[in-house]
Design a protein around this ligand. Structure first.
Ligand SMILES: Nc1nc2c(ncn2[C@@H]2O[C@H](COP(=O)(O)OP(=O)(O)O)[C@@H](O)[C@H]2O)c(=O)[nH]1
Ligand SMILES: [Mg+2]
Ligand SMILES: [Zn+2]
Length: 286
Protein backbone atom coordinates (compact mmCIF):
# COMPACT_ATOMS: atom_id res chain seq x y z
CA UNK A 1 0.00 0.00 0.00
CA UNK A 2 1.11 3.53 -0.70
CA UNK A 3 -0.09 6.49 1.22
CA UNK A 4 -0.99 9.74 -0.44
CA UNK A 5 -3.24 12.74 -0.56
CA UNK A 6 -6.08 13.33 -3.03
CA UNK A 7 -5.28 16.50 -4.92
CA UNK A 8 -7.95 16.37 -7.61
CA UNK A 9 -11.12 14.46 -8.39
CA UNK A 10 -13.03 14.31 -11.63
CA UNK A 11 -15.76 11.92 -12.72
CA UNK A 12 -14.82 9.05 -10.44
CA UNK A 13 -11.08 9.36 -11.11
CA UNK A 14 -8.77 10.75 -8.48
CA UNK A 15 -5.27 12.11 -8.64
CA UNK A 16 -3.26 11.09 -5.60
CA UNK A 17 0.11 12.58 -4.70
CA UNK A 18 2.42 10.03 -3.10
CA UNK A 19 6.08 10.05 -2.16
CA UNK A 20 6.72 8.23 -5.47
CA UNK A 21 4.82 10.74 -7.57
CA UNK A 22 1.24 11.25 -8.77
CA UNK A 23 -1.09 8.34 -9.43
CA UNK A 24 -4.34 8.31 -11.39
CA UNK A 25 -6.70 6.21 -9.30
CA UNK A 26 -10.18 4.82 -9.25
CA UNK A 27 -12.04 4.03 -6.05
CA UNK A 28 -12.50 0.57 -4.59
CA UNK A 29 -16.17 -0.39 -4.98
CA UNK A 30 -17.02 -0.19 -1.31
CA UNK A 31 -15.79 3.40 -1.21
CA UNK A 32 -17.85 4.29 -4.25
CA UNK A 33 -20.96 3.01 -2.55
CA UNK A 34 -20.38 4.44 0.90
CA UNK A 35 -22.35 7.46 2.02
CA UNK A 36 -19.20 9.30 2.95
CA UNK A 37 -17.86 11.26 0.02
CA UNK A 38 -14.20 11.14 -0.85
CA UNK A 39 -12.82 14.67 -0.66
CA UNK A 40 -9.87 16.49 -2.06
CA UNK A 41 -7.41 16.69 0.83
CA UNK A 42 -8.24 13.18 2.05
CA UNK A 43 -5.26 11.07 3.05
CA UNK A 44 -5.68 7.66 1.47
CA UNK A 45 -4.11 4.26 0.97
CA UNK A 46 -3.61 3.22 -2.64
CA UNK A 47 -2.91 -0.23 -4.03
CA UNK A 48 -1.04 -0.62 -7.32
CA UNK A 49 -1.29 -3.98 -9.12
CA UNK A 50 1.23 -5.52 -11.52
CA UNK A 51 -0.39 -3.82 -14.53
CA UNK A 52 0.04 -0.46 -12.79
CA UNK A 53 -3.66 0.06 -12.01
CA UNK A 54 -3.99 2.22 -8.94
CA UNK A 55 -7.00 1.98 -6.66
CA UNK A 56 -7.88 3.99 -3.56
CA UNK A 57 -8.54 1.34 -0.91
CA UNK A 58 -9.07 3.30 2.24
CA UNK A 59 -9.60 6.85 3.49
CA UNK A 60 -7.58 7.63 6.59
CA UNK A 61 -9.37 9.43 9.41
CA UNK A 62 -10.17 13.06 8.64
CA UNK A 63 -9.12 15.86 10.91
CA UNK A 64 -11.84 18.16 9.59
CA UNK A 65 -13.78 18.89 6.44
CA UNK A 66 -15.23 21.93 4.80
CA UNK A 67 -18.46 21.98 2.82
CA UNK A 68 -17.67 24.98 0.64
CA UNK A 69 -15.23 24.43 -0.89
CA UNK A 70 -15.32 20.68 -0.25
CA UNK A 71 -11.85 19.99 1.16
CA UNK A 72 -10.67 17.72 3.98
CA UNK A 73 -7.82 18.09 6.49
CA UNK A 74 -7.46 21.85 6.32
CA UNK A 75 -4.87 23.60 8.48
CA UNK A 76 -5.74 27.20 7.81
CA UNK A 77 -7.66 29.75 5.81
CA UNK A 78 -5.66 32.24 3.79
CA UNK A 79 -7.83 35.35 3.61
CA UNK A 80 -6.62 37.59 0.80
CA UNK A 81 -7.69 41.21 0.33
CA UNK A 82 -6.22 44.05 -1.70
CA UNK A 83 -5.07 47.34 -0.23
CA UNK A 84 -6.81 48.88 -3.27
CA UNK A 85 -8.44 47.78 -6.52
CA UNK A 86 -10.75 46.49 -5.29
CA UNK A 87 -10.97 48.58 -2.11
CA UNK A 88 -11.06 46.31 0.94
CA UNK A 89 -14.51 45.27 2.11
CA UNK A 90 -13.94 44.85 5.84
CA UNK A 91 -17.43 43.48 6.41
CA UNK A 92 -16.63 40.60 4.10
CA UNK A 93 -13.18 40.17 5.62
CA UNK A 94 -14.67 39.91 9.11
CA UNK A 95 -17.39 37.58 7.89
CA UNK A 96 -14.76 35.20 6.54
CA UNK A 97 -12.68 35.40 9.73
CA UNK A 98 -15.73 34.73 11.90
CA UNK A 99 -16.69 31.75 9.82
CA UNK A 100 -13.17 30.34 10.10
CA UNK A 101 -13.21 30.86 13.88
CA UNK A 102 -16.54 29.09 14.22
CA UNK A 103 -15.14 26.16 12.25
CA UNK A 104 -12.10 26.09 14.53
CA UNK A 105 -9.71 27.00 11.71
CA UNK A 106 -6.72 29.31 11.95
CA UNK A 107 -6.59 32.28 9.61
CA UNK A 108 -3.76 34.16 7.97
CA UNK A 109 -4.67 37.58 6.58
CA UNK A 110 -2.90 38.70 3.41
CA UNK A 111 -3.09 42.34 2.31
CA UNK A 112 -2.01 42.25 -1.33
CA UNK A 113 -1.37 45.06 -3.84
CA UNK A 114 0.64 46.98 -1.25
CA UNK A 115 2.33 48.73 -4.19
CA UNK A 116 -0.95 50.57 -4.80
CA UNK A 117 -1.56 51.83 -1.26
CA UNK A 118 1.09 51.25 1.35
CA UNK A 119 -0.55 53.31 4.16
CA UNK A 120 -3.82 51.48 3.52
CA UNK A 121 -2.06 48.11 3.72
CA UNK A 122 -0.38 49.10 6.98
CA UNK A 123 -3.65 50.26 8.47
CA UNK A 124 -5.21 46.86 7.80
CA UNK A 125 -2.16 45.17 9.25
CA UNK A 126 -2.43 47.21 12.42
CA UNK A 127 -6.09 46.25 12.92
CA UNK A 128 -5.76 42.55 12.13
CA UNK A 129 -2.27 42.03 13.48
CA UNK A 130 -3.44 43.26 16.89
CA UNK A 131 -6.30 40.75 17.22
CA UNK A 132 -3.91 38.87 16.69
CA UNK A 133 -4.02 37.31 13.25
CA UNK A 134 -0.84 36.70 11.37
CA UNK A 135 -1.11 39.50 8.78
CA UNK A 136 1.19 39.61 5.78
CA UNK A 137 1.55 42.59 3.45
CA UNK A 138 2.32 41.47 -0.12
CA UNK A 139 2.68 42.67 -3.66
CA UNK A 140 3.08 40.44 -6.69
CA UNK A 141 4.57 43.45 -8.51
CA UNK A 142 7.42 44.20 -6.07
CA UNK A 143 7.44 40.68 -4.53
CA UNK A 144 7.21 42.20 -1.06
CA UNK A 145 6.06 39.65 1.51
CA UNK A 146 6.30 36.63 -0.79
CA UNK A 147 8.97 34.98 1.37
CA UNK A 148 6.87 35.43 4.49
CA UNK A 149 3.81 34.06 2.70
CA UNK A 150 5.88 31.06 1.63
CA UNK A 151 6.76 30.43 5.26
CA UNK A 152 3.12 30.68 6.32
CA UNK A 153 2.10 28.03 3.78
CA UNK A 154 4.99 25.65 4.37
CA UNK A 155 3.85 22.12 5.17
CA UNK A 156 0.17 23.06 5.52
CA UNK A 157 -3.06 22.67 3.63
CA UNK A 158 -4.64 26.08 3.16
CA UNK A 159 -7.93 27.18 1.71
CA UNK A 160 -8.04 30.51 -0.10
CA UNK A 161 -10.72 33.03 0.64
CA UNK A 162 -11.28 36.57 -0.54
CA UNK A 163 -13.01 38.46 -3.31
CA UNK A 164 -12.33 38.19 -7.01
CA UNK A 165 -9.55 40.38 -8.36
CA UNK A 166 -7.50 40.79 -5.18
CA UNK A 167 -4.62 38.75 -6.60
CA UNK A 168 -5.08 35.25 -5.19
CA UNK A 169 -4.02 33.50 -8.39
CA UNK A 170 -1.20 36.01 -8.93
CA UNK A 171 0.14 35.21 -5.46
CA UNK A 172 0.09 31.48 -6.13
CA UNK A 173 1.91 32.05 -9.42
CA UNK A 174 4.51 34.12 -7.57
CA UNK A 175 5.02 31.24 -5.14
CA UNK A 176 5.10 28.57 -7.83
CA UNK A 177 5.45 29.86 -11.42
CA UNK A 178 4.88 26.33 -12.75
CA UNK A 179 1.21 26.63 -11.79
CA UNK A 180 0.57 29.20 -14.54
CA UNK A 181 -2.83 30.07 -13.12
CA UNK A 182 -5.02 32.38 -15.11
CA UNK A 183 -5.17 35.91 -13.75
CA UNK A 184 -7.16 38.86 -14.94
CA UNK A 185 -8.89 42.12 -14.39
CA UNK A 186 -11.88 42.25 -12.11
CA UNK A 187 -14.52 43.10 -14.71
CA UNK A 188 -13.68 40.37 -17.20
CA UNK A 189 -13.33 37.79 -14.46
CA UNK A 190 -16.74 38.46 -12.97
CA UNK A 191 -18.39 37.89 -16.33
CA UNK A 192 -16.52 34.70 -16.91
CA UNK A 193 -17.22 33.51 -13.40
CA UNK A 194 -20.90 33.28 -14.15
CA UNK A 195 -20.43 30.60 -16.74
CA UNK A 196 -17.74 28.43 -15.27
CA UNK A 197 -17.89 26.17 -12.28
CA UNK A 198 -14.48 25.15 -11.16
CA UNK A 199 -13.63 22.01 -9.29
CA UNK A 200 -11.57 22.01 -6.19
CA UNK A 201 -7.96 21.17 -6.71
CA UNK A 202 -5.08 21.24 -4.29
CA UNK A 203 -2.15 23.13 -5.78
CA UNK A 204 1.32 22.24 -4.59
CA UNK A 205 3.12 25.17 -3.02
CA UNK A 206 6.32 24.66 -1.04
CA UNK A 207 5.63 21.28 0.52
CA UNK A 208 2.16 22.51 1.24
CA UNK A 209 -1.13 22.68 -0.60
CA UNK A 210 -3.50 25.48 -1.40
CA UNK A 211 -7.09 25.04 -2.58
CA UNK A 212 -7.63 27.87 -5.06
CA UNK A 213 -11.40 27.70 -4.91
CA UNK A 214 -12.79 30.55 -2.95
CA UNK A 215 -15.81 29.71 -0.91
CA UNK A 216 -16.38 31.07 2.48
CA UNK A 217 -18.01 34.40 1.77
CA UNK A 218 -21.23 33.70 3.60
CA UNK A 219 -21.63 33.37 7.29
CA UNK A 220 -23.72 30.37 8.17
CA UNK A 221 -24.92 30.92 11.68
CA UNK A 222 -28.02 29.30 12.98
CA UNK A 223 -30.50 31.55 14.73
CA UNK A 224 -29.95 31.06 18.44
CA UNK A 225 -26.17 31.10 18.11
CA UNK A 226 -26.00 34.67 19.35
CA UNK A 227 -23.99 33.74 22.45
CA UNK A 228 -21.46 31.89 20.35
CA UNK A 229 -20.71 34.77 18.02
CA UNK A 230 -18.53 36.71 20.47
CA UNK A 231 -16.13 33.78 20.68
CA UNK A 232 -15.36 34.32 17.01
CA UNK A 233 -13.90 37.74 17.92
CA UNK A 234 -10.69 36.74 19.71
CA UNK A 235 -9.93 40.29 20.84
CA UNK A 236 -13.16 40.41 22.90
CA UNK A 237 -12.32 37.40 25.01
CA UNK A 238 -9.85 38.96 27.41
CA UNK A 239 -12.51 41.51 28.43
CA UNK A 240 -15.73 39.54 28.65
CA UNK A 241 -15.06 38.14 32.11
CA UNK A 242 -15.15 41.73 33.38
CA UNK A 243 -18.62 42.52 32.01
CA UNK A 244 -21.14 43.13 34.78
CA UNK A 245 -23.67 40.65 33.39
CA UNK A 246 -23.12 37.01 32.61
CA UNK A 247 -24.34 36.50 29.08
CA UNK A 248 -23.53 40.12 28.21
CA UNK A 249 -23.76 40.52 24.42
CA UNK A 250 -21.68 43.73 24.44
CA UNK A 251 -24.36 45.79 22.70
CA UNK A 252 -25.32 48.51 25.16
CA UNK A 253 -25.39 46.73 28.48
CA UNK A 254 -24.21 48.79 31.47
CA UNK A 255 -20.66 48.14 32.69
CA UNK A 256 -19.74 46.17 29.61
CA UNK A 257 -15.96 45.69 29.55
CA UNK A 258 -15.91 45.13 25.79
CA UNK A 259 -17.64 48.48 25.17
CA UNK A 260 -15.20 50.16 27.53
CA UNK A 261 -12.26 48.65 25.65
CA UNK A 262 -13.85 49.92 22.44
CA UNK A 263 -14.03 53.44 23.93
CA UNK A 264 -10.40 53.27 24.99
CA UNK A 265 -9.46 52.34 21.41
CA UNK A 266 -8.32 48.84 22.34
CA UNK A 267 -10.85 47.23 20.00
CA UNK A 268 -11.18 48.45 16.40
CA UNK A 269 -14.51 50.26 15.82
CA UNK A 270 -15.06 48.40 12.54
CA UNK A 271 -14.68 45.05 14.29
CA UNK A 272 -17.25 45.86 16.95
CA UNK A 273 -19.61 47.33 14.33
CA UNK A 274 -19.41 44.10 12.34
CA UNK A 275 -19.97 42.07 15.46
CA UNK A 276 -23.21 44.00 16.00
CA UNK A 277 -24.16 43.53 12.35
CA UNK A 278 -23.64 39.76 12.49
CA UNK A 279 -25.40 39.57 15.84
CA UNK A 280 -28.40 41.28 14.30
CA UNK A 281 -28.37 38.67 11.54
CA UNK A 282 -28.47 35.73 13.95
CA UNK A 283 -30.58 37.31 16.68
CA UNK A 284 -32.69 40.15 15.29
CA UNK A 285 -33.95 42.52 17.94
CA UNK A 286 -37.58 43.40 17.67
N1 LIG B 1 -0.85 46.48 -8.60
C1 LIG B 1 -0.98 45.17 -8.34
N2 LIG B 1 -1.80 44.40 -9.10
C2 LIG B 1 -1.91 43.09 -8.80
C3 LIG B 1 -1.20 42.51 -7.71
N3 LIG B 1 -1.52 41.19 -7.66
C4 LIG B 1 -2.38 40.97 -8.66
N4 LIG B 1 -2.62 42.10 -9.36
C5 LIG B 1 -3.52 42.26 -10.52
O1 LIG B 1 -4.86 42.11 -10.07
C6 LIG B 1 -5.66 41.48 -11.07
C7 LIG B 1 -6.40 40.28 -10.48
O2 LIG B 1 -5.45 39.30 -10.09
P1 LIG B 1 -5.85 37.76 -9.91
O3 LIG B 1 -4.63 37.06 -9.44
O4 LIG B 1 -6.52 37.23 -11.14
O5 LIG B 1 -6.92 37.87 -8.72
P2 LIG B 1 -7.88 36.72 -8.12
O6 LIG B 1 -9.23 36.93 -8.74
O7 LIG B 1 -7.95 37.01 -6.65
O8 LIG B 1 -7.28 35.40 -8.41
C8 LIG B 1 -4.71 41.10 -12.19
O9 LIG B 1 -4.82 42.08 -13.21
C9 LIG B 1 -3.34 41.16 -11.55
O10 LIG B 1 -2.32 41.49 -12.47
C10 LIG B 1 -0.33 43.35 -6.93
O11 LIG B 1 0.31 42.93 -5.95
N5 LIG B 1 -0.27 44.67 -7.28
MG1 LIG C 1 -8.08 33.70 -9.36
ZN1 LIG D 1 -20.08 43.02 27.65
Amino acid sequence: MREGIIVKGLGGRYEVETAQGRLQCTLRGKLRLSVERVLVGDRVEVSVDSSGTAVVERILPRRNELVRPPVANIDQVLVVFAAQRPAPNLTLLDRILVQAELLGLESVVVVNKADLDRPGAQQLQSIYGAIPYRTIITSTKTLEGITELRQALQGKTSVLAGPSGVGKSSLLNALNPALRLETGEVSTKIQRGKHTTRRVELLAVDQGYVADTPGFSQLYLEPGQAERLQFAFPEFLRYREECRFRGCLHRQEPDCAVLKALERGEIAPSRHAHYLLFLEEVAPRY
